[in-house]
Design a binder for this molecule. Structure first.
Ligand code: NAP
Ligand code: GLV
Length: 309
């Protein structure tokens, strides 16, 4: 059974090599090369050209190359009945925990301001915060949010989370659902967004939510650009209600050259690198599912297309 790799703008050579390393006999196609289209039952995808999957009448599974599946589910022509799976790679969780921790520490010690001062050769010591001054609130307590929460907790921060359903995590309060959102926000000094992008979570980082954070709060978005209402962030920074933001994801990627975020003194930007899939480890779980499909066994990491994650 051949495997089809589909992606716009991503070099798929490392994926082909990683798959051949695990199963040398695999027949792998990189779209638009697809061999006999009716033989394709299993595809691996990142940002596919919308509508492309309807070319494959026997497609049964689309595996995401990342943790998020919004890039697959947004396709209005996704064939009905096709199962969509996501990655829950241990490396993704470790890398996300490390990255969000780095951003929180950067905020705590005000390092971005020193970088700006250095560019002008200015010696400007400033007071700084300590762990006890900061409650970190994580929106989205799934695989990545929980890993980040535990690492920040271990470093001595007060940490709380928000999810759809409540969780029992040692020393971390997790608020659940819209009914508990305000309570979560009112005690969050650093807000980290690690939600999946769904119709319920799109535009969730908006003025109404920001206004419920304490004055001076800091925002970190490492989930998806569509979570953030960009204008609202600029207004809240301008008003001084928010003290700054670190953004790793954007509505348009790469972030356009003229975008006001680039030059904003209170916004730090990284190019969607918070946690990057490592093909060598990712293919192991994807090929496990490929083998399961061949043997008619239930697949792992299947997403709910109703919930959107
Ligand atoms: P996950 O395991 O599916 O966790 C999602 C979490 O969000 C769950 O806790 C879920 O609540 C919560 N949630 C979903 N909808 C909600 C809603 N309407 N209200 C409140 N909570 C809601 O996802 P993950 O693996 O942690 O990944 C999260 C996202 O990170 C991905 O979807 C992707 O967009 C992003 N990501 C970014 C990068 C990067 O490099 N920047 C890398 C990897 C992933 P329940 O637990 O109650 O279901
Ligand atoms: C990256 O953004 C992912 O979803 O894995």
């Amino acid at each position: 059974m051949p495997i089809l790799l589909v992606s716009q703008g991503r070099d798929l050579t490392p994926w082909v090599n990683a798959m051949k390393e695990v199963q040398p006999e695999l027949e792998v196609y990189v779209y638009p090369d697809a061999g006999a289209k009716n033989e394709i039952e299993f595809a691996i995808s990142w940002n596919h050209p919308l509508g492309v999957f309807k070319e494959f009448p026997n497609l049964k599974c689309i595996a995401s190359m990342g943790a998020g599946v919004d890039h697959i589910l947004k396709d209005p022509e996704l064939p009905e009945g096709v199962v969509v799976t996501r990655l829950t790679d241990e490396h993704l969780a470790t890398d996300m925990a490390t990255f969000t921790t780095a951003l929180v520490l950067n905020y705590m010690r005000g390092l971005s301001a020193y970088k700006a001062a250095e560019e002008q050769a200015l010696w400007l010591p400033k007071p700084y915060l300590r762990q006890r001054d900061i409650t970190v609130g994580i929106m989205g307590m799934g695989v990545l949010g929980t890993a980040a929460a535990k690492q920040l907790k271990a470093l001595g921060f007060e940490v709380q989370g928000w999810a759809r359903t409540s969780k029992d995590i040692k020393d971390i309060t997790v608020y659940a659902g819209n009914a508990e959102l305000d309570k979560f926000l009112s005690s969050t000094d650093v807000l980290i967004c690690l939600l999946p992008l769904t119709p319920e979570t799109a535009n969730i980082l908006n003025r109404t939510v920001f206004e419920k954070l304490p004055k001076g709060a800091y925002v970190i978005n490492v989930a998806r650009g569509e979570h953030l209402v960009e204008e609202d962030l600029l207004i809240m920074l301008e008003k001084g209600h928010l003290s700054g933001a670190s953004l790793d994801v954007f509505r348009t990627e790469p972030l356009p050259q003229q975008h006001p975020f680039w030059a904003h003194p209170k916004i730090d930007i990284t190019p969607h690198i918070a946690s990057v899939t490592n093909p060598a480890t990712a293919v192991i779980q994807i090929l496990e599912n490929y083998d399961r499909l061949k043997q008619n066994k239930p697949l792992q990491n299947v997403v709910s297309q109703t919930k959107g994650y």
